[in-house]
Design a protein around this ligand. Sequence first.
Ligand SMILES: [Zn+2]
Length: 343
Amino acid sequence: MIKRSLPTSIVGSLPKPAWLAPPEKLWSPWKLEGEQLLEGKQDALRISLQEQQLAGVDIISDGEQTRQHFVTTFIEHLSGVDFENRKVVRIRNRYDASVPVVVGEVARQKAVFVEDARFLRKQTTQPIKWALPGPMTMVDTLYDAHYKSREKLAWEFAKVLNEEARELQDAGVDIIQFDEPAFNVFFDEVNDWGMAALEKAIEGLQCETAVHICYGYGIQANNDWKKTLGAEWRQYEEIFPKIRNSNIDIISLECHNSNVPLDLIELVRGKKVMVGAIDVASNEIETPEEVADTLRKTLAFVDIENLYPSTNCGMAPLSRTVARGKLSALSAGAEIIRKELAV
Ligand SMILES: [Zn+2]
């Protein structure tokens, strides 16, 4: 499926065109409606595909052009959730947000992204990767007035995610990625039930599966939080043993410009690792050498056939010019290592 060594990919989002939704902000509102919105989203998907191809990215993502937010858009499609009467909760112990409320049994009445995935599949023969929110991160982005148990709610979300994932697989998606930034915060819960819920979400899938665990988008609340984490970010250490023993194929990590001690990656030896070699919290475009340097350092802990160069997180909050520059730097950095090792 993946032809060359060090296959590159982005974690998920790219900035949207300004005619679709104002870029450089989260939860950016759509500028179109009805049929025009549908067409606009498909056009944006085409552009995002072309930008990845021009930059030489190997595994194509949708750039999250058809969703407003990586968690809430999925939840909006479920029944049992009230979006009108919101409540304010603290997200990942970090910042307050007005979120929807779970008021009854959650269920997926219809497919969420399957049509979009079919559309993207038709546009390219390259492998495609599709991101879904992970069950724990979904739980953490809601107020639960029904189950009154984070574990139970996560289990219900895992079931609906599994339904969606199976249909995405059937639509031709090669890798399904679950975004679990909450894994970096609630370690005990990850080990108690978070990982089990994620395994439920990937149950029965034949395609490859990935989990993305980062330190968040480059927004102020996350940047402030990172400052409190000290000189060494050892969060991954708490959860890697559990992930190593799971059925997840690929782990997506934040590495570049972060204080994560890279030797922690040794704890998941044997898994494929999407190494974040692009900082999404900075407008400075990495040089290919800087990207190569991060990849080179991680090679001590990841077998070369398992190294997947990537970004630290999504690029939605960046300008389109900066995001394009970073895509090219990612490819050029991977190419330096391919040449160096003749792989
Ligand atoms: Zn992320």
